[in-house]
Write a protein that binds this ligand. Structure first.
Ligand SMILES: [Zn+2]
Length: 253
């Protein structure tokens, strides 16, 4: 029997896989397609549910839902298709107006920090733990701050605290409103950070989430930490839109 020659371009290969992850980002196109980005233990994954806004996938693929999705990927098509999806878990506490903005901020930051195809089970666990904390901890703002800084460190972005960002003099203690890094007294135009803020900035990469959670800062210290984080991320990584919307202390940032 003669072999059947199949032209390479005509071969249609596809693969279907089940992926479990949390919806970081959701966007509905004018055509009614839902485009979601999931953070999974295997990395970030962008999917399209065609016509999804009119079907059962619409409620399943909601922001912050932990979902199990049947994904269909055709080579050459960069966007995988969500064929089916089921809800694995939803955090009811996130719907509360005092908590929702922090979940939003954490999700936007995680989306910015981690790239598609980057395998990171730790990132997934940190982010999932952050959402759980924001949904039920008595101090969702502190959870969000701690987890944001920990996500930053995990992604390899750590503000320099050992030397002035301008002249490299040791023991800088002043904020740099431009870079979010630290400056020495002669280089600085702003008063020094308080000891609590300096302690946090120097130690957060090495301290555990538990340790950081046990020492919450007061309102003034938090405002300083948010400002430093916003500046640092904007300069080093990119802008997080929801900061401006959700954090009154950053309204002018
Ligand atoms: Zn200096």
């Amino acid at each position: 029997m003669p072999a059947v020659r199949v032209p390479v371009g005509a071969r249609v290969r596809s693969r279907t896989a089940n992926r479990s992850g949390i919806v970081l980002r959701r966007h509905v196109t004018p055509a009614g397609d839902i485009i979601v980005t999931l953070l999974t233990p295997q990395g970030k994954l962008k999917l399209i549910a065609r016509g999804g806004v009119r079907g059962p996938l619409s409620s399943v693929l909601s922001l912050f839902h932990h979902v199990l999705v049947q994904v269909y990927q055709t080579p050459g098509n960069d966007l995988a298709t969500a064929k089916q999806a089921s809800l694995e878990g939803a955090l009811a506490g996130l719907a509360v107006p005092e908590r929702y903005p922090y979940a939003h901020l954490l999700s936007e930051l995680a989306d910015l920090l981690f790239q598609e195809g980057e395998f990171s089970e730790v990132a997934f666990d940190l982010y999932a733990g952050g959402l759980r904390g924001v949904s039920r901890h008595e101090d969702p703002e502190w959870v969000c701050l701690v987890m944001s800084y920990k996500l930053l460190a995990l992604a390899g972005f750590v503000p320099q605290t050992a030397a002035c960002a301008v002249c490299a003099a040791p023991h800088p203690e002043h904020p740099d409103p431009n870079s979010g890094q630290l400056l020495c007294r002669p280089c600085a135009g702003l008063p020094a950070f308080g000891e609590d803020v300096l302690g946090f900035l120097r130690h957060f990469p090495r301290h555990s989430v538990r340790t950081l959670m046990e020492e919450p800062l007061g309102a003034a210290g938090r405002a300083e930490l948010w400002r430093a984080l916003e500046r640092f991320v904007a300069v080093q990584v990119g802008r997080v839109q929801s900061w401006r919307v959700n954090l009154p202390q950053l309204a002018g940032a």
